[in-house]
Design a protein around this ligand. Structure first.
Ligand SMILES: C[S@@+](CC[C@H](N)C(=O)[O-])C[C@H]1O[C@@H](n2cnc3c(N)ncnc32)[C@H](O)[C@@H]1O
Length: 297
């Protein structure tokens, strides 16, 4: 069953049989401005270099964070609003395909930014999924970005700039959200477990404790030279998610429809689960192949 597909996940998932996949763990693009456009390294580089030269854009913004500056007029807010609603609509399209192919009781874990997470959850629920939780991936770092009131007011010659010392337009970003939803059970947990082999989470910790919904103390990976993908998730984080959400055995297949460089798939392989990956950019598919050391075609 282990397979990687190159193409748009909305189209590719249509080819799969209904009620066959046991879980979805995925990290879609957070940037709603880029739906339907190339989401590749060159575009990311172009944006970063543009923001370096600009006085109005916040420096070093993560791709798709939408924290860029500019005049906050009605046009700006209207554009922002229509972008996020387009993003929600696009999330609904892939959520509907995902819903069809997952077994009843299957969990779906979707990463997103703290600003856009709610829209992803609404789209998943519109597609039929049932809300279970929001997991927190607590990162070790997080550089404050955004508008620094005291220094900006000082630059503008405002006499009382010192009053705004320590005030910013945002907080230090120390976590990413993971929406956790579930395809409805068939009757109840026991019936679903006996028929489909999914429906509950593995909560046992190595120290005997009970798994919490905050994932922290995640080890960083050493950079693999050939992996030029710009948003690679830590392998141990994806292994953690696979181990708590996907029951053991290669018959239990986890899908990542936005596979990127394939970290979810690699985690599934390490832990002896089946996997299906879809990635729209061919060059990332080649990276996945190299990471999995696996002949695709
Ligand atoms: C945030 S990245 C995933 C990174 C991944 N978690 C990793 O560790 O490498 C999202 C990926 O989704 C891909 N993508 C965007 N739209 C897609 C679509 N419609 N179908 C399949 N893949 C898509 C992008 O090319 C990108 O590689």
């Amino acid at each position: 069953m282990d397979k990687i597909f190159n193409g748009d996940c909305i189209k590719i998932m249509k080819q799969f049989e209904p009620d066959t996949v046991s879980a979805c763990i995925t990290d879609p693009p957070y940037n709603y401005e880029f739906i339907g456009k190339n989401w590749d390294t060159e575009e990311v580089e172009r944006r970063i270099s543009r923001s370096k030269k600009s006085n109005t854009l916040v420096k070093n913004i993560p791709y798709g964070s939408g924290l860029a500056g500019g005049v906050r007029n009605k046009r700006w807010y209207d554009k922002n609003r229509s972008n996020i609603l387009d993003y929600e609509e696009w999330c609904l399209k892939w959520s509907e395909e995902l819903y069809r192919i997952l077994k009843p009781g299957s969990p779906v874990a979707v990463f997103n930014s703290t600003r856009t997470l709610a829209h992803v959850q609404v789209a998943l629920e519109k597609a039929g999924f049932y809300a279970r939780d929001i997991l927190v991936y607590r990162r070790s770092s997080g550089i404050p970005k955004g508008y620094n009131a005291a220094s900006q007011l000082k630059r503008k010659g405002y006499q009382e700039h010192y009053r705004w010392q320590g005030w910013h337009s945002c907080f230090r970003n120390e976590w990413e959200g993971i929406v956790l939803v579930q395809k409805p059970l068939e009757q109840n947990y026991s019936q679903t477990l006996m028929k489909y082999g999914v429906g509950v989470f593995n909560t046992t910790l190595k120290n005997g404790g009970f798994q919490s919904n905050i994932l922290e103390n995640i080890q960083r990976d050493k950079k693999e030279e050939f992996n030029v993908h710009c948003t690679v998730k830590p392998l141990s984080l994806m292994e953690k998610l696979v181990s708590i959400l996907v029951p053991e055995g290669t018959q239990n297949v986890v899908i990542d429809p936005f596979a990127g460089s394939g970290t979810t798939l690699l985690a599934a392989k390490h832990l002896g689960r089946g996997y299906l990956g879809i990635e729209i950019e061919k060059k990332y598919v080649e990276i996945i192949r190299e990471r999995l050391n696996y002949s695709l075609f």
